[in-house]
Design a protein around this ligand. Structure first.
Ligand SMILES: NC(=O)N[C@@H](CC(=O)O)C(=O)O
Ligand SMILES: [Zn+2]
Ligand SMILES: [Zn+2]
Length: 348
C-alpha cells in the first residue's frame, strides 16, 4: 500500500463552535492537525484577549485524552476594537491574530466592521505590533453580485489597505478566485492566503446542478471552473504564500437543509485526505507538505511541527452524518468514497 509521511500539518482557518457541538467536532481536527487558527465568530463574538483565553480553555478541556491540539486564538474586529487590545494580543502568545469580517458578509458577522476607515487606528496598531490581520474578503453591498464579491473587495478595499499599511501581514482567508490568487502573487511577502479543500475540489456546479445541494453552500460561494483551476495551480505551485485552511464550518443539519440554509461546509472529517487527493491529481503530492505543514507556520513565524502524520492510499467511506450537540452535521463527501486515509499522527 502506498504511504505518505509528512510533517504534521496545521489548519490555518477553523471554526470549532462551542459547547457540546464543539466537543463533537474537535477530535476530527485534532486527529490530523497539530494546531488550528480558531475563528472568533461565536455568538456573541470573541472580541477580547480575556474572551479568547477563556474560549481556549474550553477547547482544551473538551479535547479527549490522547489527542494533542494547540488552539491558536483570534479576536473578532469590531468598530469598537481599541488599539489597547492590540497591545494585549501582542503580549499574549496564545492569541495570534485578528479577524476582519465586513458586517453582514458571512455567518455571525453582524457585529463586524461597518467601514474600514473606522478601524484604521487599529490596523495601524496591528502593523506596529506586527499582529497579522485575517480577512474575510467579500464586500456586502447588496447591489454587487455574490459571485463578484471577492474580486470587488480586493479591488475596492484590500489593495488600498495593503498599500496604506505596507508592513501589516494580511491573510486573504479562503481565497476563491483567480483574481484573489493574482493579487496575492503580485503582492509582497506580507500578503498570503489560505485555500480550502472544498474550493480546490468543487466548482459551483456542485452546488446548483441537478438540484440545490445545501451542504455545498459556503461563503465565499463556490465559483466557476477557471477559478478552481487557478486555486489548484496556486496551492500546488510551491509558492510560500498559499497554505492550508480548511474553513471547516459545521452547522446543524436542520439549519443547512432549510428554506434559508446557512453558509459553511463541514470539512474537518475529511480535510487532509481531500487535499492529498487534489495534490495527487495535479501530480504534486511532493508539494503537499510545504502547503500543509511549512508555509503557514513560516508566515505566522511559528516553529514547524516536529511530529509527523502518515497517510495511506486506501479507500474508505465517509459517514452520512456525525453527532453535533443535540443535532447532527453532514460532512463533506458524506456517503462517498475517498482514496486517502489518515493512518495516524506520530509524536516525536
Ligand atoms: N465559510 C462559511 O461559509 N461560513 C463560516 C464563516 C466564514 O468563514 O465566512 C461559518 O462560520 O459558518
Ligand atoms: Zn469567512
Ligand atoms: Zn471561516
Amino acid at each position: 500500500m502506498q504511504r505518505l509521511t509528512i510533517t504534521c500539518p496545521d489548519d490555518w482557518h477553523l471554526h470549532l463552535r462551542d459547547g457540546a457541538a464543539m466537543s463533537d467536532v474537535l477530535p476530527d481536527s485534532a486527529r490530523q492537525f497539530a494546531r488550528g487558527i480558531v475563528m472568533p465568530n461565536l455568538k456573541p463574538p470573541i472580541t477580547t484577549v480575556a474572551d479568547a483565553l477563556a474560549y481556549r480553555r474550553r477547547i482544551l478541556d473538551a479535547l479527549p485524552s490522547g489527542l494533542d491540539f494547540d488552539p491558536l486564538m483570534t479576536l473578532y474586529l469590531t468598530d469598537g476594537t481599541s488599539p489597547d487590545e492590540i497591545r494585549r494580543v501582542a503580549e499574549t502568545t496564545e492569541v495570534v491574530a485578528l479577524k476582519l469580517y465586513p458586517a453582514g458578509a458571512t455567518t455571525h458577522s453582524e457585529a463586524g466592521v461597518t467601514s474600514l476607515e473606522k478601524i484604521y487606528p487599529v490596523l495601524e496598531a496591528m502593523e506596529r505590533h506586527d499582529v497579522p490581520l485575517l480577512v474575510h474578503g467579500e464586500v456586502t453591498d447588496p447591489d454587487i453580485d455574490i459571485f463578484d464579491r471577492e474580486k470587488v473587495f480586493i479591488d475596492k478595499h484590500l489593495a488600498a489597505m495593503a498599500a496604506r499599511f505596507p508592513a501589516l501581514r494580511i491573510v486573504l482567508e479562503h481565497v476563491t478566485t483567480r483574481n484573489g490568487v493574482q493579487f496575492v502573487q503580485d503582492s509582497g511577502p506580507t500578503i498570503a492566503a489560505t485555500i480550502t479543500a472544498h474550493h480546490l475540489f468543487y466548482n459551483r456546479n456542485a452546488l446548483l446542478v441537478g438540484g440545490v445541494h445545501p451542504h455545498f453552500y459556503c461563503l465565499p460561494v463556490l465559483k466557476r471552473e477557471v477559478h478552481r483551476v487557478a486555486l489548484v495551480e496556486a496551492a500546488t505551485s510551491g509558492s510560500p504564500k498559499f497554505f492550508l485552511g480548511t474553513d471547516s464550518a459545521p452547522h446543524p443539519r436542520s439549519q443547512k437543509e432549510s428554506a434559508c440554509g446557512c453558509a459553511g461546509c463541514y470539512t474537518a472529517r475529511t480535510a487532509l485526505e481531500l487535499y492529498a487527493t487534489v495534490f495527487e491529481s495535479a501530480g504534486a503530492l511532493d508539494r503537499l507538505e510545504s502547503f500543509a505543514s511549512f508555509n503557514g507556520p513560516d508566515f505566522y513565524r511559528l516553529p514547524r511541527n516536529r511530529s509527523t502524520i502518515v497517510l495511506e492510499k486506501i479507500e474508505w467511506t465517509v459517514p452520512e452524518s456525525i453527532p453535533f450537540g443535540d443535532d447532527i452535521v453532514v460532512p463533506l463527501k458524506a456517503g462517498e468514497t475517498i482514496g486517502w486515509r489518515v493512518a495516524g499522527r506520530r509524536l516525536e
